[in-house]
Design a protein around this ligand. Structure first.
Ligand SMILES: [Zn+2]
Length: 219
């Protein structure tokens, strides 16, 4: 805890001091984030760090497994999606999963978490993922199976987002874009789902000279 206290003092002297104007403006003018970023609670992910986004740019929802519960279920995730889309009018929604995700492991192996009733109930809503893996990836084991699960889970959550009428309306009107990302923890690289080739491809800056598409591996 002491580390965090010292960290805040250091933040005030450092980053805050050099960005005072930004914080004052955010406090007086309110927030106008362009992006709703939905990711896992995992401590190894820092949405602002991996996107180099300053405060005020990402409206963030975090939960175990970056799940988007069905619209018929009440909860903090649906409320934050509604607020981001209807009030803040974000232009992008990104669902960002990650490699080595404990929640995905729990979804695939519910017998390992029976002693955790809240976790069990939470991940039970994603049980469909096991069926998808069974149907399409029964030939995979170990890391490869996990990677396929991480990717398919992100795609499932994007589908859930489309089930929100308020999301669908804006997608149809061309006022919203939904993306599926996977962060590879070991390299910091982010892969974006390309529906044309049905692969997660390494994010590339169009202004930089690229090396051609780099795939995370078959989803
Ligand atoms: Zn996770």
């Amino acid at each position: 805890m002491q580390k965090l206290v010292q960290g805040n003092r250091s933040f005030l002297r450092g980053y805050f001091a050099t960005h005072r104007q930004l914080f004052e403006q955010l406090a007086s003018a309110g927030q106008h984030p362009e992006t709703l970023f939905i990711t896992c609670s995992d401590s190894r992910i820092d949405p602002n760090l991996i996107t180099n986004a300053p405060p005020g740019e990402l409206f963030t929802i975090r939960n175990a497994g970056n799940l988007v519960p069905h619209p018929s279920l009440p909860g903090g995730t649906a409320a934050s999606v509604e607020y981001a889309v209807e009030v803040l009018e974000v232009e992008n929604i990104i669902v960002c999963g990650h490699t080595q995700c404990g929640a995905i492991d729990a979804i695939l192996n519910p017998e390992r978490i029976t002693h955790l009733p809240f976790v069990s109930r939470w991940v039970a809503q994603a049980a469909k993922l096991r069926e998808i893996l069974e149907e399409r990836y029964s030939h995979l084991t170990g890391e490869a199976r996990m990677l396929a699960a991480v990717q398919e889970n992100v795609l499932c959550q994007v589908e859930h987002l489309r089930e929100f009428e308020l999301v669908r309306r804006r997608l149809d009107a061309g006022r919203l874009r939904v993306s599926a990302w996977v962060l590879r923890l070991s390299t910091g690289e982010v892969f974006d789902y390309d529906p044309d080739c049905e692969q997660f491809l390494l994010l590339q800056d169009p202004t930089e000279e690229g090396t051609g598409p780099v795939s995370l591996g078959s989803p």
